[in-house]
Design a protein around this ligand. Structure first.
Ligand code: ADP
Length: 219
């Protein structure tokens, strides 16, 4: 299946993508994870992206499209992919459309995950992330804490608060989302791919997406 996950920061896209990859073997592609990996590794891409990310601004479309052009052509995408955090702007969505046409692929579904603003703010300030660029497991100090000494339960690396999870950066990320990314909801509604799923429970969101996919494949 080829799915785009839309939703504000903190809506749970990453968690849901991970649950869905276990279900149908498609690969999760998170531009945020790729960028954080590049920053940590100190690559040219990382150096260009870091300032934008720390301020809670979007990284320029041209850099993102460079990443995605090559990523979508890797062999693990053949079984399907879940795009998490991409596209984030109308130009990115247009570029994705062209790229998929070129690769002769079609999207199956765009799922918009709706979560109330208070929940989002609470989640983002209590969220912690594994610092290992290859793991990036997500924790929450209230609902899913790491080990008592702050280590990742999967890989043992320190679990940290992201640089863009200060109140200022979070506020900026939410503003950026409303201005640049929310218009994609209408964009994909017009394209006929949109499924809205309003829930704060990741299990409920996952079953909603599975149901929508089954409905599509029965068409
Ligand atoms: P969240 O969805 O929680 O905001 P992400 O991990 O998806 O977090 O993204 C973190 C940061 O990486 C964003 O604030 C932005 O700076 C950058 N980023 C990720 N994906 C994109 C994208 N598709 N376009 C532009 N910037 C991006």
């Amino acid at each position: 299946m080829r799915i785009v996950l839309l939703g504000a920061p903190g809506a749970g896209k990453g968690t849901i993508a991970k649950l869905l990859t276990d279900y149908d073997g498609s690969v999760q592609i998170s531009t945020g994870d790729i960028l954080r990996g590049a920053v940590k590794a100190g690559t040219e891409l990382g150096k260009k992206a870091q300032g934008y990310m720390d301020r809670g601004e979007l990284v320029p479309d041209s850099l993102i499209m460079e990443i995605m052009e090559s990523r979508l052509q890797e062999p693990d995408c053949k079984k399907g992919f879940l795009l998490d955090g991409f596209p984030r702007t109308i130009p990115q969505a247009d570029a994705l459309k062209k790229m998929l046409q070129k690769l002769n692929l079609k999207l199956d579904l765009v799922a918009n995950i709706e979560v109330p603003k208070e929940v989002i703010l609470d989640r983002l300030t209590t969220r912690r992330t594994c610092s290992n660029a290859n793991c990036q497991e997500i924790y929450n100090i209230k609902s899913k804490p790491p080990t008592p000494d702050g280590k990742c339960k999967k890989c043992g690396s320190p679990v940290i608060q992201r640089a863009d999870e200060t109140v200022e950066a979070i506020t900026k990320r939410l503003e950026t989302y409303n201005e640049k990314t929310a218009p994609l909801i209408d964009y994909y509604r017009k394209e006929g791919f949109l499924k809205i799923i309003a829930s704060t429970s990741s299990d409920e969101v996952v079953s909603g997406i599975k149901k929508a996919i089954k409905g599509k494949s029965a068409e």
